[in-house]
Ligand binder design. Sequence first.
Ligand code: NAG
Ligand code: NAG
Ligand code: NAG
Ligand code: NAG
Length: 408
Amino acid sequence: MELPVNKGILNTAILVSIALITATLIYPVFHQKTSSSVSTYFYNAADDTSQDGCNIFTGEWVPDPDAPYYTNNTCWAIHEHQNCMKYGRPDSDFIKWKWKPEDCDLPSFNPSHFLHMLRDKSMAFVGDSVGRNQMQSMICLLSKVEYPIDDSPTSDEQFKRWKYADYNFTLEYFRSPFLVRSEERDPDGPTHTGLFNLHLDEFDESWTSHIDSVDYLVLNAGHWFTRPAVYYENRRVAGCHFCQLPNTTDLPVSHAYRRAIRTALRAVNSRRGFGGVALLRTFAPSHFEGGLWNEGGDCVRRRPFRRGEAILEGADLDLYMIELEEFRAAEKLGKKRWRLMDATQAMVMRPDGHPSKYGHWPNQNVTLYNDCVHWCLPGPIDNWAQMLQHMIMLEARRDYKDGFFKIQ
Ligand SMILES: *[C@@H]1O[C@H](CO)[C@@H](O)[C@H](O)[C@H]1NC(C)=O
Ligand SMILES: *[C@@H]1O[C@H](CO)[C@@H](O)[C@H](O)[C@H]1NC(C)=O
Ligand SMILES: *[C@@H]1O[C@H](CO)[C@@H](O)[C@H](O)[C@H]1NC(C)=O
Ligand SMILES: *[C@@H]1O[C@H](CO)[C@@H](O)[C@H](O)[C@H]1NC(C)=O
């Protein structure tokens, strides 16, 4: 369970001005104009005519009559708390939207071509349970072609390894919600959700020491940073967030987040054996309205926001900007192939895609009663597979141009 950032999505005239400020802040960074579109996906590494320059992360949600591509009955990989249909979610329109970039069409997900591109390769998701949510979405989308076998070394849910036997493709999940070394200091803590020690300048070796064989590393973090925590730097207490310990300075969440992201990216940059592509998947905002996660806040909207209706603001905007800044800094060192998977702009527009109260039975006692953090499966997060497919296709094409591409 995750402790989300509080954010009320407001849709008032006053906020239009803020929206404009937000837009000028974000769009100059990404907006690359292209004249034509990626019209075909079919795997052809030598094809130089399709457009690499389209910014696939700015756009809007449009109806997708073909969705869903799997159901809770055809895919066993859906996590209990994201199995919204099983728990009685009455509407299904939220499943029938696809992400449409402004300047091009994102080709639909093609499981056999995806697996073909990843033959003899491995991909690892590192981060919190939204990363696991993404991995399970991918397993479900790929299940049309093949289900993986569980190749995990232990029954520990913190680390999972899946193997696609026919393609020799390995999929891994490392749970590391803070991306840096951390431990639970007190399982109860000031808000009864645990108090954590975060070592903001220390690598979490539970994943950093296992990435040498990884071809595509997908990092994410965010939601856990609002939890009460004691921050360590240089092995000493540097401050804390809502720890209620005597003589400990309260530091903003953004301080810890910046340090942690910087440390995680440094861990990858300094890992000599890692020669893969490192992707930072940006923060996917929660959508609590009418209160905090523990104060009756809920997400009851039934359709996506249109362009301009949803804005990134407050703590969500802070986390996002930190990710962009730290990503640029890490990329600049030129040590690894860094790519930004900027899911934030798409996901801020999907208040309708969360489990809300349909992630459990009504009488079940769960921490996050209305879950406005994770994403129902099937649901909007399935669209991340198209983004990833597009990005991997570009990598394969670069490899080809660089002469490293192996003809299968
Ligand atoms: C899938 O959802 C339906 C309701 O739409 C439910 O009746 C069924 O039990 C669910 N199946 C599984 C395997 O969760
Ligand atoms: C499977 O892929 C790995 C790399 O991920 C490679 O080392 C190994 O040789 C491959 N196995 C087969 C049977 O091709
Ligand atoms: C907190 O700081 C004050 C003033 O420096 C000191 O008198 C007190 O003993 C400290 N308390 C603890 C628990 O360290
Ligand atoms: C839910 O569980 C918590 C702790 O496990 C307990 O304190 C609380 O009373 C329970 N609530 C209900 C409605 O059972």
